[in-house]
Design a protein around this ligand. Structure first.
Ligand code: TXE
Length: 487
């Protein structure tokens, strides 16, 4: 049984109010441990600790900050198998996924920003006659809040805290109360990595309590948030009067556009992965599969045949490709959408039933079969709302224009995947699809230097590379005459 603690001012502490939350294992429905139910008093204490640490940390050399991040990354590598096991147990994802994606990418996040900060230079502008020097000094903001979700727990947690710390800020981080274990493990190694007390603080607890208190606190100057669109809108409303810097990475309803001239086998193979990886609980997962009419029956049948072969299994089993969804309430929400799709006249091509438990240990786990639906109107709730589970819909199109219209028929705009071997079409379609990310003949390819984020209801701002370092710094422009030229 885990008994998690907050990290405040370098000390692992219980919540001041003494409240606790049960942490449930998705694959079994059993209790894994207890999480601090932190409140505003804990936020206040963390703000005090961060305020004391900020003057020194903000003046610490880039090299020293980099070294701390690198040592932390090395500690992830050293403890990787323990982290893999914890992430799988806490989230329900297969160990194979945690081992190949979540934990190595978390380590990479720390290492990447350790390097990025050493290349992040202030800019200067000098007119032709050199009469002035203008330079833009990028300063750390101060204390920043990093709030992360449950679907890629350590991966998205480190994606935020690494640039924030690299840029010289003090961080108050809140992982999801549904999957807090790996962030807690990381917090225990902060001192060993070399972070001074108070530079990095972690508070566990409910979003509407400790999360809300972080968002509201007047001395926390920026919030980087990944999670649901409604929560993002609430945070934007809460912080509007305080003019906080906000980065919001929210939901998606991502289209995959499959043209008749695609590499058929590659498109089927990758679309199965882009639809059902992590039980469909990645904001970048495809959820609306748009298929050109002439290949619709063949593509549908190939997709269904492959999806039927995915059998949810015990996440601990090395051979498992699909694990449990994250919670009982999330399972019920996803099953509710499938039920509603049936009532709206959908044909369920595969899935629909709650599968038999993979073994005795998992008898009370939260499993859902990959589900493929066809015959739904583009406007219906199933095609418009984010389901965030292993459920996709199929629609057909006749022309490139119709494909683009269908793709853009959404309030969301995070990621689109385009399958065609016509280079001109690939670029044409990518430029017309309303999304922050477009993948052509691939999916989930990542280069940490590229901007990451969405348009429309999928968010505000971009993470990744220098975009993240710009977010976590405030530019100040300074101009000074040189005595040369005319002024
Ligand atoms: O997200 P929440 P949930 C989507 C997905 C999912 C839905 C809800 O559709 O079904 O969001 O998931 C904290 N002030 N995504 O409930 O509630 C919360 O404690 C400050 C998409 O997990 O948005 C957690 O740490 N913080 C997504 C984080 O916000 C608050 C990934 C996310 O929680 C808060 C996950 C508040 N008032 C879910 N309320 C993606 N795009 O990757 C909650 N939180």
């Amino acid at each position: 049984m885990f008994h998690l603690k907050n990290l405040i001012g370098g000390e692992l502490t219980d919540p001041q109010g003494g409240g606790w939350i049960e942490n449930i294992e998705p694959a079994t429905g059993g209790v894994l441990g207890q999480i601090p139910r932190s409140q505003s008093a804990d936020v206040e204490q963390a703000v005090q600790a961060a305020s004391s640490a900020f003057p020194t940390w903000s003046q610490t050399s880039f090299e020293e900050r980099s070294s701390c991040l690198r040592r932390w990354g090395a500690l992830i590598a050293q403890h990787s198998e323990a982290l893999v096991a914890a992430e799988s147990m806490d989230n329900g994802k297969p160990v194979s996924l945690a081992r190949t994606v979540d934990i190595p990418r978390a380590q990479k996040n720390l290492e990447f920003f350790a390097g990025a900060i050493e290349h992040f230079a202030s800019e200067s502008h000098i007119p032709a006659d050199a009469s002035y020097i203008h330079y833009t000094h990028r300063k750390p903001i101060g204390i920043v809040g990093c709030i992360s979700p449950w679907n890629l727990p350590l991966y998205l947690f480190t994606w935020k805290i690494a640039p924030a710390l690299a840029a010289g800020n003090c961080v108050i981080a809140k992982p999801s109360e549904i999957t807090p274990v790996t962030a807690w493990m990381l917090s225990q190694w902060a001192a060993e990595a070399g972070f001074p007390k108070g530079v990095f603080n972690v508070l566990h607890g409910y979003g509407h309590e400790v999360g809300q208190a972080i968002v509201e606190h007047p001395r926390i100057k920026a919030i980087s948030f990944t999670g649901g669109t409604q929560t993002g809108a609430h945070i934007a409303r809460t912080t509007a009067g305080q003019f906080k810097k906000l980065s919001l990475e929210l939901g998606g309803k991502n289209p995959a556009l499959i043209f008749a001239d695609c590499d058929f086998d590659a498109a089927v193979r990758t679309t199965v992965r882009s639809s059902f990886a992590n039980q469909g609980q990645i904001c970048l997962c495809s959820s609306r599969i748009l298929i050109e009419e002439s290949i619709y029956p063949a593509f549908r049948d190939a997709l269904v045949a492959k999806a039927k072969r995915i059998v949810p299994g015990d996440p601990k089993d090395a051979a498992t490709k699909m694990g449990a969804v994250v919670s009982a309430s999330h399972r019920d929400k996803v099953l509710g959408y499938i039920q509603s799709a049936r009532e709206q006249g959908a044909t369920v091509l595969c899935g629909r039933e709650v599968p038999p438990a993979p073994n005795e240990r998992c008898a009370n786990g939260f499993f859902i079969q990959p589900t493929i639906l066809e015959g739904l109107d583009a406007e219906c709730s199933i095609n418009q709302e984010e389901i965030f589970g292993p459920v996709i819909t199929l629609q057909s199109f006749r022309s490139e224009t119709e494909a683009i219209d269908l793709a853009n028929n959404s309030t969301y705009g995070l990621a689109a995947t385009i399958w065609t071997q016509d280079v001109g079409r690939a670029h044409r379609v990518a430029s017309q699809v309303e999304s922050g990310i477009a993948w052509i003949n691939c999916w989930l390819v990542r280069d940490l230097r590229t901007p990451f984020g969405g348009v429309k209801a999928s968010g505000v701002g971009r993470e990744g590379g220098f975009e993240a370092l710009r977010f976590f710094t405030e530019p100040q422009n300074v101009s000074i005459p040189t005595g040369m030229g005319s002024h």
